[in-house]
Design a protein around this ligand. Structure first.
Ligand code: RFL
Ligand code: PHB
Length: 390
């Protein structure tokens, strides 16, 4: 098979790029190692910035998001038994975020690909990129006993943190930057009315907690846990009891509990690879960078990569202009690092660090005291949370 752009990974990054390019008459093939059901079974992001939402609209897959997604004009930070509101709309001159699950985003993108007859090959095993430094790279993959080949002009690695794309780059051609946090998030999804119409990020001496939602009948809650904990250890009863302890009393008393319909533990990590290009391979999304989920930046950082790549590839094919492709890595990384800084700040400010000193604790308290006494500091938080411009 031959195509113009070979995309590895059928998560939100790969599907969005494929859809946007298709609408511009540029051919793509997406290779996904898992089944569609498996990809749609993963519960991840819940908060989309307006830039991401705009890109979904440009990709003509935003109808359901615009109908069912909730516009959130603010969120709360709970600390010391009280909750302080961050007025996103007021502080940013009218910006807000959309609460709409990544599962639904991905479902809408698959539907969009189907409608246009886009090629998404599932259960593609052993995907390998070849000849990335030549003008004629190609991909191979296995389906059953058969090994197949796709020739393309460019390979885009959208295959997440554990994918094959980044690993295909010789070690001496890239530099990796990483911070691993000494805790994870235990997440629970439940068919219950959310405790608060807006998200609550809670700092507590027992550890961080987050009250989020997918809709007015579907709640998503998280608590910080040691990395050694397992999902089996956390019965629903233990989870709800621990969550309540970490919330202000008036919030805890309102919490409606119920059976969990999904429960998982995610480790927290900050990671960036530089550059985001090797020959004719371009990395995008989690394949190139990971943030701890505290700032809700992961999927939103992927969106800016896709935006830059989309425009760069359109310029290449339609205007024979390669400046976008040549400048991609530097441009993408500039925004990626700002997302890293913000996610690191939210994480270090709101979590309990097992090795943290009393001095560190006082600094955390002072961060919040300063934040809620300074409209300028709050405006900086709000500007980052709604998403910096692409
Ligand atoms: P994905 O979603 O990991 O998709 C990669 C796809 O590539 C496939 N793949 C391969 N395919 C072929 N061959 C191979 N060798 C392959 N290896 C992998 C995989 O099967 C998969 O389908 O990466 P993508 O598309 O870049 O999207 C990134 C986002 O998923 C991620 O950044 C967010 O989920 C992060 N995140 C959040 N981001 C936000 O912007 N807002 C949030 O509120 C938010 N909350 C979260 C989050 C991530 C979380 N976890 C579990 C890590 C909350 C959590 C708990
Ligand atoms: C979620 O709803 O899954 C979610 C929301 C905000 C975050 C992280 C995760 O910062």
């Amino acid at each position: 098979m031959k195509t113009q752009v070979g995309i590895i990974g059928g998560g939100p990054s790969g599907l969005l790029l494929s859809q946007l390019l298709h609408l511009q008459g540029i051919e793509t093939v997406v290779l996904e190692q898992h089944s569609r059901e498996y990809v749609l079974g993963r519960i991840r992001a819940g908060v989309l910035e307006h830039g991401f939402a705009a890109l979904m609209r440009e990709a003509q897959v935003a109808e359901r998001m615009d109908r069912e997604g909730e516009i959130h004009d603010g969120f709360y930070i709970a600390h010391d038994g009280i909750k302080d509101r961050v007025d996103l709309k007021g502080l940013t001159g009218g910006n807000s975020v959309v609460v709409y699950g990544q599962t639904e985003v991905t479902r809408d993108l698959y539907d969009g690909r189907d409608k246009l007859g886009g090629i998404v090959i599932h259960n593609a095993e052993d995907v390998k990129p070849h000849d990335l430094e030549s003008a004629h790279p190609y991909l191979t993959y296995r389906q059953g006993d058969e090994v197949k080949r796709i020739d393309c002009d460019y390979v885009i690695g959208c295959d997440g943190f554990h994918g094959v794309s980044r690993k295909s780059i010789p070690k001496d051609k890239i530099r990796e930057f990483e911070r691993v946090y000494p805790f994870g998030w235990l997440g629970v999804l439940s068919r219950t009315k959310p405790v608060s119409p807006e998200l609550i990020y809670a700092k507590h001496e027992r550890g961080f907690a987050l009250c989020s939602l997918r809709s007015q009948v579907l709640s998503r809650y998280y608590i910080q846990v040691p990395l050694t904990d397992t999902v089996e250890q956390w019965t629903d009863e233990l989870f709800w009891a621990e969550l309540k302890r970490r919330l202000p009393a008036d919030v805890a008393s309102q919490l409606i509990t119920g059976a969990s319909i999904e429960k998982s533990i995610a480790p927290l990590r900050s990671f960036v690879v530089e550059p985001m290009r090797f020959g004719n391979l371009f990395l995008a999304g989690d394949a190139a960078h990971i943030v701890p989920p505290t700032g809700a930046r992961g999927l939103n950082s992927a969106a800016s990569d896709i935006y830059y790549l989309y425009h760069a590839l359109v310029d290449h094919y339609k205007k024979h202009d390669d400046s976008g492709l040549d400048g991609y890595s530097a441009k993408a990384l500039a925004r990626v690092w700002k997302g890293q800084r913000f996610s690191w700040w939210m994480t270090t400010t709101l979590h309990r660090f097992p090795e943290g000193s009393d001095f560190d604790g006082r600094l955390q308290d002072t961060e919040l005291a300063y934040l809620f006494s300074s409209p300028k500091a709050l405006a900086s938080l709000a500007e980052n949370y709604v998403g910096l411009p692409f």
